[in-house]
Design a binder for this molecule. Sequence first.
Ligand code: NAD
Ligand code: DAU
Length: 363
Amino acid sequence: MTALRRILVTGGAGFIGSALVRHLVLEFGAEVLVVDRLTYAGDRRSLSACEGRPGFAFLEADVADLDAMRRAMEEFRPQAVAHLAAESHVDRSIAGAAPFIHTNIVGTFAMLEAARAYRDGLDAGDRDAFRFLHVSTDEVFGSLPEEGAFDEATRYDPRSPYSASKAASDHLARAWFHTYGLPVLVTNCSNNYGPFHFPEKLIPLVLLNALEGKPLPVYGDGGNVRDWLFVEDHVRALVTVLARGVPGATYCIGGRSERRNLQVVEQICDVLDRLRPAARPRRKLITFVPDRPGHDRRYAIDPSRIERELGWHARETFETGLERTVRWYLDNEWWWRPLREQRYAGERLGLPATGTSAARAVA
Ligand code: NAD
Ligand code: DAU
């Protein structure tokens, strides 16, 4: 990485944020302030390798708390902000959207405002070098037919409360670039997987259920397609965009690894059967369950721009990344066991709340 050595990372106790922080602290020796509210999805244990390292600091705070974000920036004096804090799970957004509006929209607004005020007080050189990286998702583009892929010119068409809240945050980030000159970079990435992934998402949920001999829930017909990217490849892309991306630009990030959900689940079963044989093949645990409401059929990213302009390429194939992921979960029960026992045991999420309980959740 070039000159950026002091970086404020929001959502740094989450899945992708913690991978980014480990990369910045352990590989670059960067100074990092993590800002994280420690919701159900955040866990300081994901940062245990960084604790005690010089320059590593943690602030438990809500990104929507504008005063706290202003103070954090004034005191830490970052050269860049990487904004990853979000409510990230589609199924939870269907059951209750209020935290998604709060964190993803109001929280992004507060981060942009705090960054703008802080940057305005910098001297000319530091002001020019400052960067605000807004980390977003390919879900803002909606659903693809059998052919084609999302790229930086794709029109927005979000369909879930989660993706609508992320779309709103992307528009805010771009507005702060055009209106106030804040040097914003936006990335839209496809599905990540890898170590420290909270076990509500398809890959870790299926992996742990399969290990424990429990049913493996496949929504609908299992034919929905996702484009998978190993989390460490995503993190290298984010660091590349921070260092060399053009302010105001968007970069689509993906691993050219489209798979149907049923294929993914079968592949997890096969890797586990090889590494940790069981009495019965794990594929026998596959159970088709009612579909997710509004389930997007297919996502795929065309990452040509970041490959061509910034020289980034995914290193892991889905096969090598999945093998690394399965081995990590087998070796790191200390991390996932307490989450399964105390925070989320794998029950079905994302069935819409009734009118009355939805209204209560907002109030
Ligand atoms: P995650 O749910 O694992 O982590 C989110 C983190 O944000 C947690 O540590 C949580 O405690 C924190 N957080 C939530 N609300 C907060 C608040 N109000 N204030 C401060 N911290 C708060 O999410 P993730 O999968 O690591 O995703 C990180 C970012 O990347 C998100 O913006 C997400 O939209 C985006 N993204 C994720 C994926 C994916 O496949 N996981 C793909 C593309 C983009
Ligand atoms: O595309 C990027 C997005 O990928 C990110 O923006 C989100 O933060 C991230 O959560 C992820 O969203 P998905 O909805 O694609 O991920 P999830 O792991 O929830 O589901 C992946 C696919 O698997 C999806 O088609 C739904 C399906 N699924 C999911 C679960 C949890 C199942 O079939 N069974 C399940 O139990």
